[in-house]
Write a protein that binds this ligand. Structure first.
Ligand SMILES: NC(=O)c1ccc[n+]([C@@H]2O[C@H](COP(=O)([O-])OP(=O)(O)OC[C@H]3O[C@@H](n4cnc5c(N)ncnc54)[C@H](O)[C@@H]3O)[C@@H](O)[C@H]2O)c1
Length: 252
């Protein structure tokens, strides 16, 4: 923990109600940021926001579906009206969709929905977060991708395809804004212990854990720790890069 690393900064965390997003939101707030959490799970959002505020830290929330273009645009406007700046945007909202399902059994509707949430959502939140950052010539954007997008876990075609898309998005837009004060990076964790995995079949979880040389799941605190470095001012010469966090699984 680095006290005051985000003092005076405003940080948006999508998917901030629980799991990785909640852990990153909590850590950003502990390190001095004014944190805004977006999610669709209102009661969980309220609890997470109250938990942060309990420690006299600054947090607020808004129920926003990141696939809704109008809601995303309005949400960013709302942040600028209230705080006059947006320094950090971490995009964690996503779904894993059908798991343990081969492509022939994977419904076309499920595939389209997954791309809508995981890829189109990443496009939208980034598209609308950049203009206010450009106004101040400073910003840190982090899109949470997945090892599944690098390697493709079987039975998760939609998730793998959507996360490969996120990796590509990071590479392209990182270069688009490399000459500004905005950095745009991705983070591709292996399996992390969060509510997202509750519905994953135990055989699938075992398959993913067996591929990790450290032989265990990652923790949300480990993700938050790395994310907060990428989001800090210190990380000034990194952009368009997809970082690894995989207990030794990805060595490339
Ligand atoms: N848990 C893992 O093993 C793992 C591994 C690699 C990558 N990731 C990625 O990390 C990120 C966070 O995952 P997590 O494990 O914390 O999952 P999670 O399910 O605990 O949290 C995801 C959050 O996103 C929210 N969300 C989903 N759809 C939304 C929408 N349309 N609009 C707004 N919010 C929405 C959910 O309500 C939930 O609170 C995701 O991008 C996920 O793909 C997770």
């Amino acid at each position: 923990m680095y006290e005051g690393r985000f003092a005076g900064q405003v940080a948006l965390v999508t998917g901030g109600a629980r799991g990785i997003g909640a852990a990153i939101g909590q850590r950003l707030a502990k390190e001095g940021a004014q944190v805004i959490l977006w999610d669709v799970l209102e009661s969980t959002l309220v609890k997470t926001t109250e938990e942060i505020r309990k420690h006299n830290l600054h947090a607020s929330y808004e129920v926003i579906d990141i696939t809704d273009k109008v809601a995303v645009a309005k949400g960013i406007d709302h942040i600028i009206k209230h705080h006059d700046r947006l320094d950090v945007m971490v995009h964690c909202a996503a779904i894993s969709g059908p798991t343990s399902t081969n492509i022939v059994d994977y419904s076309a509707e499920d595939f389209r929905h997954l791309l809508d949430v995981n890829l189109y959502g990443s496009f939208l939140v980034t598209k609308y977060a950049i203009p206010p950052m450009l106004d101040k010539d400073y910003g840190r954007i982090l899109l949470i991708a997945s090892i599944g997008g690098k390697e493709g876990n079987p039975g998760m075609a939609g998730y793998a395809a959507s996360k490969s898309g996120v990796l590509g998005l990071v590479k392209a837009i990182g270069k688009e804004y490399a000459h500004t004060g905005i950095t745009i990076n991705g983070l591709a964790p292996a399996v992390i212990s969060t509510p997202m995995n509750l519905d994953t079949h135990p055989d699938m979880l075992e398959y993913m854990t067996d591929k990790i040389p450290m032989g265990r799941l990652g923790t949300v605190e480990e993700v938050a720790s790395m994310a907060c470095w990428i989001l800090s001012k210190e990380a000034s010469f990194n952009t368009g890069f997809n970082f690894d966090l995989s207990g030794g699984r990805a060595t490339y």
